[in-house]
Ligand binder design. Structure first.
Ligand SMILES: [Zn+2]
Length: 131
């Protein structure tokens, strides 16, 4: 699918080359990636990342130790809570919720997939092209 925004597409390829799609990011990398992806996705809010312990997370049955990635946001700020290392896919997904609060979960999932598909090159090719 073309979005008629080749500048945006090139910027996205650069971000994918730098932080990948599904590579677990260290916290400092994730902060940088969140800021860069937030700018590309038009997120106006200040975005903070906060690691939480798996033992603070319970599932529907009240069992502890689940993994969680989720975002809480208002008009001014957003905080992505995570109990495991974040990936670029996690960040794009959560930032889309912030940028488009009216979107359904399905719409966010589809747009995340489209944005990370880039121009169809493999991650390795994108990395060597940007070197
Ligand atoms: Zn979601």
């Amino acid at each position: 699918m073309r979005d008629g925004d080749s500048g945006g597409e090139r910027r996205r390829s650069g971000l994918i080359a730098r932080w990948g799609r599904w590579r677990p990011l260290r916290d400092a990398e994730a902060r940088e990636a969140a800021a860069a992806w937030g700018a590309v996705l038009g997120v106006a809010q200040q975005v903070r990342l906060e690691r939480i312990s798996r033992f603070q997370v319970t599932d529907h049955h009240g069992r502890r130790g689940c993994s969680l990635v989720g975002v809480v946001h208002d008009a001014h700020a957003a905080c992505i809570y995570h109990s495991r290392a974040l990936t670029a896919e996690d960040l794009v997904h959560e930032l889309l919720h912030v940028a488009h609060p009216e979107w359904s979960e399905e719409a966010v999932v589809l747009e995340t997939r489209r944005l990370l598909a880039g121009d169809g090159r493999s991650e390795a090719e994108a990395i060597s092209a940007s070197a």
